[in-house]
Design a protein around this ligand. Sequence first.
Ligand SMILES: [Ca+2]
Length: 204
Amino acid sequence: MRVVTRLLVAVSALGLGSSAYSFAPFFSNFQDHYEANGIDVSELSAEENCGVCHVRAGGGGRRNAYGQDFARITLGQGAGFNGIEFLDSDKDSFINLEEIFLQTAPGSQDMAPVSRLDLTIEDGLLQVTNLEDCSALELISFGLSFVGSDENEPETTAINIEPESFESAISIAGTEGVVLAKCAGEGYVGSLQIEADEDETTEE
Ligand SMILES: [Ca+2]
């Protein structure tokens, strides 16, 4: 008799747990993925975390545009978070990765970056423009690394710098990846994708 009672209690507790928290693991995966890659998502986490994927910030119900892409591509096609990072789910002209880096909502136009930073490479050096009013510039790279003008300094994948001291003396090492830049206080963000040169093996 005692055994049966215990079993029922255990099943009941499991049932409650799964209905109340059924979607929380997805957000936990989101946090783990971006924090492991050096992207702070604490503001997205602190504030209405289910709102990253759902229309209602409390979770449940309809998914927003990012949540729909997450369900269809990240889970449905097994493409992971990387599979939707270069989409602009909410069509506000900023890709999801830029919005996650700036911690604006990738699935809602109600929260969007203020302005775009333009990133280019000229003569091998990284250029960032539209830095007017930017109080602190943060750069991060994936698959690539930053190389400063001082040869003795090691390559790095993340730089925080005052915009006035950013003199375009940073070059990019590597053949394929992405560089992200933001001025968090002002809401500016931008990115640069570098793809491997397919003509590399061409011979003349
Ligand atoms: Ca967007």
